[in-house]
Write a protein that binds this ligand. Structure first.
Ligand SMILES: Nc1nc2c(ncn2[C@@H]2O[C@H](COP(=O)(O)OP(=O)(O)OP(=O)(O)O)[C@@H](O)[C@H]2O)c(=O)[nH]1
Ligand SMILES: [K+]
Ligand SMILES: [Mg+2]
Length: 496
């Protein structure tokens, strides 16, 4: 049988069993023209040898699970007993005939079941993302919703889950399609002018579509300027920076609740950037510990300081840690240390960043120090005793919520607390969308410039409006995406 004929695909849809054991249930999914034949062959003794088919009486009603033995079609051995269910095309996830088996989740069961399916000559193992790709190809969802499926499976926090689910439901796709529809309307006007140039129009058509194009331009520019969706998908990035031995790694370990970074009395211990991913009040954050900022002759430490600076510059939020005392308990001039560190980096933001005066356990109550540093608020804590850390986390949580466009506390388990945010237009979530929107914006700018003088030929404006619409169509998958599909679905894992 040729590979093209093996177009009924199968895969384990649930997680692989780990070394410590399997889950209670494993789900194996098949999709394609002969999924129902597979169901019969895998559950009806002797059917494979007989050459039975989907018309076999053994086929259950669609969407009704039935308890069946799961057989090896080669020799009839019962591998497991579980639920079998089918979905008839087009009313299925992929739009094709789909069959699901719910078996026991142990490794031996899964291995034997997959090997049994592989013996059916018309079945092959699915590629990563192939189920969702087929769903896209059958018009079940647009590309943004397909990407939402991958994000939903990968979501680690409540806010990420909400954003991904909204995208699966098509909110982002609808926004882009509405923009595209308004471009296509403008294009239709322009084309009418091209086709019937002698009609006496009160005003140049190119000029007449300007308000619509200008409105769209500002909506897209606003959408591009909003980084909340990407921050939520990728995690808000927090950089811990400061002079050597300030206790940066100690603070990271305390927040992470594990020994992620080496702590020692030696100044210059940390060299690489150490990232820790955390769920902060339901929001995803990545906290980076970095090398202490100082001049050094050691090329490795120099590279560490370069990386620390680079991370601090690109982070969404900076925590500048300064020590209030040295290891012998001698008070240090920490305001001066803070001043130097602030002067050494260019990207400080009083809205988000904090100066953390660490080793407060060594600091007499007598030394409150200045409250603000170049407008950046400060707080004291002790990475040794943990004093002040809950306050820090509370403040970080509120700042992260604000960065993501939520009211502080919106993620608290209150009824539909985030509903306000749900009514706002969905934000941009991916670099792929950003690139296409930037192309769209550039084409719109050209169209607006060409139509500004009022005498531009409609053809000229129409061409750029067409390009702008095309750029939007590529986001949802309406136009010219064949070349993109392999890249997009490669990011999925097998079984999705
Ligand atoms: N007393 C006291 N000591 C602390 C505190 N935080 C850190 N230390 C000590 O300060 C020393 C340096 O801590 P680190 O966490 O390695 O400091 P760092 O800023 O990561 O240092 P580098 O990576 O070398 O830049 C260690 O001996 C810690 O135990 C604190 O709150 N109080
Ligand atoms: K150190
Ligand atoms: Mg360190």
């Amino acid at each position: 049988m040729t590979d093209a004929a093996r177009n009924t695909i199968y895969a384990l849809a649930s997680a692989l069993p780990t070394r410590s054991g399997g889950a209670g249930v494993a789900v194996i999914r098949l999709s394609g023209p002969r999924a129902c034949d597979a169901l019969v062959f895998l559950t009806e003794p002797g059917a494979f040898a007989r050459g039975g088919s989907a018309r076999d009486p053994a086929l259950p009603e669609p969407r009704r699970p039935v308890l069946r033995p799961f057989l090896d079609p080669a020799n009839g051995e019962v591998i497991d007993r579980g639920l079998a269910m089918r979905f008839a095309a087009p009313r299925s996830y992929t739009g094709e005939d789909v069959v699901e088996f719910h078996l026991h989740g142990g490794r031996a069961v899964i291995d034997a079941a997959l090997a049994a399916i592989a013996r059916l000559p018309f079945c092959r193992l699915a590629e990563p993302g192939e189920f969702t790709r087929r769903a896209f190809e059958h018009g079940k969802l647009d590309l943004t919703a397909a990407e939402g499926v991958a994000d939903l499976v990968g979501a680690e926090t409540a806010a990420q889950r909400r954003q991904a689910l909204r995208q699966v439901d098509g909110a982002l796709g609808r926004l882009y399609e509405a923009w595209r529809a308004s471009l296509l309307r403008a294009l239709a006007h322009l084309e009418a002018d091209i086709d019937f140039p002698d009609e006496d129009l009160p005003q140049g058509v190119a000029e007449a579509v300007r308000p619509e194009l200008a409105g769209l331009r500002s909506a897209i520019a606003g959408h591009l300027a909003d980084r909340r969706g990407e921050r939520l998908r990728d995690g808000v990035s927090i950089a811990i920076v400061g002079p050597p031995n300030a206790g940066k790694s100690s603070l990271l370990n305390l927040i992470a609740q594990r020994d992620a970074a080496i702590v020692s009395t030696v100044a210059g211990t940390t060299r690489d950037v150490i990232d820790v991913h955390l769920d902060l009040d339901g929001y995803p954050v990545t906290i980076a510990d970095t090398a202490g900022l100082r001049r050094s002759h050691d090329p490795i430490e120099q590279e560490g300081v370069r990386r620390a600076r680079a991370r601090a510059e690109t982070a969404d939020l900076r925590l500048l840690v300064v020590p209030a005392a040295d290891d012998d308990g001698q008070a240090l001039d920490w305001p001066a240390l803070a001043h130097d560190a602030i002067a050494a980096l260019s990207t400080w933001s009083p809205d988000t960043d904090l100066v953390i005066v660490n080793k407060a356990d060594l600091l007499g109550a007598a030394d409150p120090g200045p409250e603000g540093h170049h407008g950046i608020a400060s707080m004291r804590l002790s990475a040794r005793t943990g004093a002040g850390v809950p306050e820090l986390l509370g403040r970080l949580g509120a700042t992260v919520a604000t960065l993501l466009g939520d009211a502080p506390g919106a993620n608290d388990p209150a009824p539909l607390a985030a509903s306000d945010n749900m009514l706002a237009p969905p934000p941009l979530t991916r670099a792929r969308h950003r690139e296409a929107l930037a192309d769209c914006l550039a084409a719109l700018d050209r169209a607006l410039a060409a139509s500004a003088d009022g005498v531009a030929p409609a053809e000229l404006v129409a061409e750029d409006v067409r390009l702008a619409a095309r750029a939007l169509g590529r986001i949802t998958g309406r136009v010219g995406v064949e070349d993109l599909l392999d890249v997009i679905f490669r990011d999925f894992c097998i079984g999705k």
